[in-house]
Ligand binder design. Structure first.
Ligand SMILES: [Zn+2]
Length: 106
């Protein structure tokens, strides 16, 4: 009897751990570099001709994604275990501004 309980306990724990590590996803704040990269990738892949990002998607005052003029929406989703440990880039929107300028020149 005790053995069954023990097995049940471990099974529950194993399932929970599995869920935690592989299933639990959370919105992660984007860095501007990330945002610019994702947007550029989107334009390459879809041939989107938008020159600017329509709006930024925020959650708790953090940028978690963006909406393109073409209607596409992107949200940064990352597994909990893939949490980025390096500190957030503090040069703010510099790289995005550079990207905007590049796109305008075309
Ligand atoms: Zn687009």
């Amino acid at each position: 009897m005790l053995l069954y309980l023990l097995w049940g306990f471990w099974l529950t724990l194993a399932v929970y751990c599995f869920w935690y590590f592989f299933m639990a996803k959370t919105f992660q704040p984007l860095t501007w570099d990330n945002l610019a990269l994702t947007w550029r990738l989107h334009k390459q892949q879809t041939g989107c001709t938008a020159s600017r990002i329509h709006s930024l998607l925020t959650s708790d005052d953090e940028v978690v994604g963006f909406k393109c003029w073409c209607g596409c929406e992107f949200r940064q989703r990352r597994l909990i275990t893939q949490r980025v440990l390096k500190p957030r880039v503090s040069k703010t929107s510099q790289s995005l501004k550079v990207l905007m300028r590049l796109e305008e020149k075309r």
